[in-house]
Design a protein around this ligand. Structure first.
Ligand SMILES: C[S@@+](CC[C@H](N)C(=O)[O-])C[C@H]1O[C@@H](n2cnc3c(N)ncnc32)[C@H](O)[C@@H]1O
Length: 273
């Protein structure tokens, strides 16, 4: 039985394949189409009419792409760990980085068949993990490091309970005493006002959001992280989707939309006392 959250990886994949084929893509993941088999097409068919959420989904990926490019322009050998990587193809697309991807065995196996680790232009390690049975922290133990580690948690936190988020964050802190986390954070008010229709489709895949709160950043701020900055996903989507009117309205009026779904970066440096 596939982890139901894993099916949502076919949705975000479908978005990026669709986006890349647009005349002016937001994210331009030209590798996404390689994974678009019958299962992926079937999931995408259910979601493809969700144009605003789909644009946001491509935007959230593009925002993190840009942030990583800027990291590599200063430090090309930076280490990146992607938790719940799904069909993330950044290791193939972005110049630089030493990459570690973790996800369910079925996803890793399919990725390996289509875009093998050995052919990746950057250093890449893929780690299969059954999230419901195996310990993420034990899997990552061999890669524990003092090196600054960039950790991507994209499209994952909303599916975890508060306890699971806490366990994840504490474990990552043990392994990586110097780290920067990049994640999408959704406020409860945003979910209630803007996400219900999309959520019905996510539910039909068997996945569900857990413990949504108004201040999702607190899981990091309450665990000694410092917030480095946040970018509005819907605003980035309309700006880069060249929708001038929507961009004006979101920028100046729709605060719940603008601030309700963001890509945020948090830094953690373990103190010595
Ligand atoms: C919505 S997808 C996001 C995939 C990818 N990060 C992206 O943005 O396209 C959610 C991913 O989380 C993975 N996942 C499932 N359970 C998880 C868990 N307990 N912790 C972390 N990731 C999990 C799934 O296998 C799936 O690939």
């Amino acid at each position: 039985m596939m982890n139901p959250i894993s099916k949502t990886a076919y949705y975000t994949l479908g978005v990026r394949a669709w986006d890349a084929a647009l005349p002016s893509p937001i994210c331009s993941d030209s590798f996404a189409k390689i994974f678009m088999n019958d299962d992926a097409q079937k999931v995408w068919k259910e979601f493809k009419d969700q144009s605003r959420p789909n644009m946001s989904n491509a935007a959230r990926h593009a925002i993190i792409d840009n942030q990583l490019r800027s990291v590599f322009s200063e430090a090309p050998d930076s280490r990146v760990v992607i938790i719940g990587a799904g069909f993330d193809t950044r290791a193939y697309r972005i110049k630089g980085g030493k990459w570690i991807e973790l996800d369910e065995p079925s996803i890793i196996e399919y990725k390996e068949a289509k875009l093998p680790t050995l052919k990746c232009p950057n250093a890449l390690t893929r780690i299969p993990i059954e999230f419901s049975k195996e310990s993420l922290i034990e899997k990552l133990q061999p890669y524990a490091s003092q090196e600054v580690t960039h950790i991507i948690i994209e499209g994952v936190l909303m599916y975890l309970t508060h306890g699971e988020r806490q366990k994840l964050v504490s474990g990552l802190q043990e392994l990586f005493p110097r780290q920067i986390v990049y994640c999408d954070l959704m406020r409860k008010s945003f979910f209630e006002r803007y996400s219900k229709e999309l959520y019905e489709k996510i539910r039909s895949l068997g996945a569900s959001f857990k413990d949504l709160v108004e201040q999702p950043e607190d899981i990091f701020l309450g665990n000694s992280y410092t917030m480095l900055g946040c970018t509005s996903v819907p605003l980035y989507a309309v700006q880069h989707g060249k929708d001038g009117l929507a961009s004006f309205i979101i920028r100046y009026f729709l605060k719940t939309l603008r601030e309700g779904y963001r890509i945020c970066r948090f830094e953690y440096i373990k103190s010595n006392d």
